[in-house]
Design a protein around this ligand. Structure first.
Ligand code: F6P
Length: 364
């Protein structure tokens, strides 16, 4: 299709806005600033070693550690700076929160404050940076509480404690063989590919839909001894393939970059699991609710898929802390619903399922 026949992200957003005659344009301006941050990160990622951006933030010995206790990469810090710097000045935001910052980021006094909150993981999957495997950025937009907007006061952590159903937009940028921005503003999911010569995101994947069924699953199987029974049952049944309860063969993938995994699932179906497990009793899951599970959850649901903790729909979870971790399962609707069913009947799993007896691959 010739370039002139495709919409740019700007055109798409303006046309979307026409559905809301009262909208002033702040929301679109915010999303364009986020897109600019993603383009800047895409450039930094593309230069790799040549740009001097690989490796740990403070060298190989020790390095600096973020609030999650994870070693920060140079690109984590750079991406976080780009996100904050390119989004703080426009007057659309009341505050920001990021995986890389312990506390909420206050809009500096020299800039006006606005009515939205931006929450993000500026570089997801950062263990992949140094080995040239896909990484991404993921973000969520919430409305700031009314009193924040009225008073212009500093934001507190509690201002961000809104369930995923309250998100007004969510998206991710994937820095893979091509750079893509995938976005929902609550009216379906649309995918844009970065046209490198123009530096514009062009609409290439309108109205993305996830197939309801799949034969592909993604999980870090090295954690299998820590999984709860419903997950063991599900994976065991997938592994048993044609000869087992599911009567069909499954394939497995694990990129260790949730954004890349979400994108594959959006394109061709699949199910992703980083479930609650018993590996570290202080951590109820690996991934973070506010800037990983909720935005990916909204994208999945808007594309006809599903996202869940296994026990409740992800978007209904009431957050209680900024960097809260949670068990996350998302993807093709029928598979996620099956896993939820297995969680609803745990006793049955252990008692009745022959796969958990002698011949089970992952015995309880
Ligand atoms: O920060 C989260 C993350 O990097 C995800 O992008 C990815 O899915 C997961 O962690 C990988 O975890 P593991 O190292 O256990 O494979």
């Amino acid at each position: 299709m010739p370039l002139s026949k495709r919409s740019t992200l700007t055109q798409f957003l303006i046309e979307e806005r026409r559905r809301f005659p009262d909208a002033r344009g702040d929301f679109n301006a915010l999303l364009l600033d986020v897109a600019l941050a993603c383009k800047a990160i895409a450039r930094a990622v593309a230069f790799g070693e040549l740009g001097g951006v690989l490796g740990n933030q403070n060298g190989d010995s020790g390095g600096s550690v973020n609030v999650q206790g994870e070693t920060q990469k140079k690109l984590d810090v750079l991406s976080n700076d780009l996100f904050t710097r390119l989004n703080e000045w426009g007057g659309h935001l009341a505050g920001m929160a990021s995986e890389e910052m312990d506390l909420p980021y206050q809009i500096p006094g020299k800039h006006p404050r606005g009515k939205y909150l931006l929450v993000f993981d500026p570089l997801d999957g950062s263990s992949n940076i140094d080995v040239n495997v896909s990484v991404g950025s993921i973000f969520s937009v919430l409305r700031a509480p009314e009193d924040v907007v009225k008073s212009g006061r500093d934001v507190t952590e509690a201002d961000f404690f809104q369930p995923g159903t309250e998100q007004v937009a969510a998206g991710y940028a994937l820095y893979g063989p091509t750079t893509m921005l995938v976005l929902t503003v609550g009216n379906g999911v649309n995918g844009f590919t970065l046209e490198p010569n123009l530096g514009e995101f062009m609409l290439t994947h309108p109205k993305m839909q996830i197939p309801a069924d799949t034969q592909e699953f993604a999980i870090n199987a090295s954690n299998s001894r820590f999984w709860e029974a419903p997950i063991k049952r599900y994976v065991d049944e997938c592994m048993a393939g044609k000869t087992g309860a599911r009567g069909k063969d499954f394939n497995m993938r694990w990129i260790a970059s949730m954004v890349a995994e979400a994108h594959r699932i959006l394109m061709r179906g699949g199910v992703f699991m980083y479930p609650k497990d018993t590996k570290d009793p202080t951590k109820p899951g690996r991934l973070r609710l506010l800037y990983e599970a909720n935005p990916v959850g909204l994208i999945m649901e808007q594309a006809g898929g599903r996202a869940s903790t296994g026990r409740q729909p992800m978007l209904t979870v009431q957050p209680t802390s900024l960097h809260q971790r949670i068990g996350l399962i998302f993807g093709s609707k029928n598979e996620v619903e099956r896993i939820e069913r297995y969680h609803a009947e745990p006793a049955k799993v252990q008692d009745d399922n022959p796969l958990f007896h002698e011949r089970g691959l992952f015995r309880v």
